[in-house]
Design a protein around this ligand. Structure first.
Ligand SMILES: [Zn+2]
Length: 206
């Protein structure tokens, strides 16, 4: 399975309005938009959506604009899946990406600081766009690749499950997250993952 490396670090030459992405990161005083993990076991995948709809409403799925948003807000996720199912790797899986903020896993897990033990995957979508069938395909394949790589089952959660009102009330964060939201079909994703498992597709990262 092809994954395009586009790491959020100072060496990234992707041109964004005449300046490299790496330079943008350096200007923010950082070398990369990730940090060391503070635990050994990674066993959660967090699904998000992201778009540039607030910056360029006429072109919400422009990958460069979205990459710039990560830099502008000093946030990151391990993977980004575009509307055509193309997967970009933005942060190495062994590092901690900054995608969840203050967070707590649903009961009975209850662990906090979900970034520490999770892989963040962003799907290009807006609050109302829904998701494309090929995005579900890529997400399912990627989830299985991650399980195969780490040789364990991962819990799949949405950002909205780990950064909800209860987490705000607890004082772990200020804002409620709603992604991937009501238009994301967990059953579509889980169905695809089961059929891939049944087909015993043992793929690997390129
Ligand atoms: Zn999110």
């Amino acid at each position: 399975m092809k994954i395009i490396n586009c790491l959020l670090d100072k060496n990234n030459a992707l041109d964004i309005n005449g300046m490299s992405l790496g330079k943008l990161i350096e200007q923010s005083g950082k070398e990369f938009l990730w940090s060391d993990r503070e635990c050994d076991t990674i066993d959660v995948i967090v699904v998000h959506y992201i778009s540039a709809v607030d910056v360029t409403p006429a072109d919400p799925y422009n990958v460069k604009t979205i990459m710039k948003i990560f830099c502008d807000f000093s946030v990151s996720s391990h993977f980004l899946i575009d509307r055509g199912g193309v997967i970009y790797r933005l942060v190495p899986e062994n590092m901690k990406a900054w995608h969840c903020g203050g967070s707590r896993m649903p009961h009975p897990d209850n662990r906090t600081a979900v970034n520490n033990f999770s892989i963040g995957i962003e799907l290009m979508a807006t609050a109302i766009s829904g998701f494309t069938s090929i995005q579900y395909d890529s997400l399912a394949k990627l989830a299985l690749l991650i399980e195969n790589k780490y040789q364990r089952k991962f819990k799949l959660v949405g950002h909205d499950m780990v950064a909800n009102e209860a987490v705000v009330n607890e004082g772990l964060r200020k804002d409620i997250k709603v992604d991937p939201g009501q238009y994301f079909s967990w059953s579509s994703l889980l169905k695809r993952i089961s059929s891939l498992r049944e087909a015993n597709v043992c793929n690997s990262f390129e």
